[in-house]
Design a protein around this ligand. Structure first.
Ligand code: PGA
Length: 241
């Protein structure tokens, strides 16, 4: 696991964007798993800038969202579909046929998850997965548990996650209780992983990530089993390591 510590959120976003842009330049058909949340907003802004100013071409790039709330339709303002459309997809030249999203309203969630795995396989697997990290160590929506599921599945959100994500909704009651998420195996199958984190609220999670222990009770720790993980964090997130 390679760690890169940068001064602040602006630098983190720029460095992460240059990392992603570098991969797109080397392989214009790169397939990426993409996160939502507050952390990657700056990364998406920077990628849009690189697209506009330096003509970074996304027309052959494939993207797969990491997760989606169960019960939210795609046009719901808080759906991850909507987040990725508004913050990234619509602002670059991604082709809609190359963008893949989990449907939180799919009538048969098991089938939806199975189909998603098949789509990833058909794309030749993921070249890169970009991750944030939850304060409880979740990646995607793989919440701490006795056992983790390898493949895309439906999951009950941890109370800490519901609490943390309440800021995006009118109230905590409105946060969906369940989600669909890529599994830990789906993530670990990617050729490369980039995990980004900023701010002192993430410092305890980053400390635990580097505790040297691997546990399903702290899902991000499973990334230690992957040969090509880059962790990019700002100084605040790094303050305990
Ligand atoms: P955040 O979420 O970027 O909004 O902090 C990260 C996560 O929960 O994975």
């Amino acid at each position: 696991m390679r760690v890169e510590i940068v001064k602040d959120y602006g630098k983190l976003s720029r460095k992460a964007a240059r990392f992603v842009a570098g991969l797109v330049e080397i392989n214009p058909q790169v397939a990426m798993g993409l996160p939502t949340g507050s952390t990657p907003l700056g990364l998406y802004e920077e990628l849009v800038d690189i697209h506009q100013e330096d003509d970074l071409d996304f027309s052959y790039v494939k993207i797969f969202d990491l997760d989606e709330y169960v019960g939210l339709s795609r046009d719901h303002s808080r759906s991850y579909y909507n987040y990725l459309q508004e913050n990234f997809v619509k602002k670059v030249n991604l082709k809609s046929r190359n963008t893949y999203f989990l449907d939180g309203k799919a009538p048969d969630k098991k089938e939806e998850c199975k189909k998603y795995e098949e789509k990833i396989l058909k794309a030749g697997g993921l070249d890169l997965v970009i991750l944030g990290i939850g304060r409880n160590g979740h990646i995607g929506f793989n919440e701490p548990a006795e056992e983790l599921l390898a493949r895309t599945h439906q999951v009950e959100l941890a109370s800490q996650t519901i609490e943390a994500n309440a800021r995006f909704f009118e109230s905590e009651d409105e946060v969906p209780q369940e989600a669909l998420t890529m599994g830990i195996g789906t993530i670990l199958n990617a050729d490369q992983v980039l995990l980004i984190a900023n701010g002192n609220s993430k410092a305890p999670a980053i400390e635990r990530l580097f505790s040297g222990k691997i546990s399903t009770k702290f899902p991000a720790s499973l990334l230690h089993t992957h040969p090509a993980v880059t962790v990019m964090i700002d100084q605040e997130a790094a303050e305990r390591i």
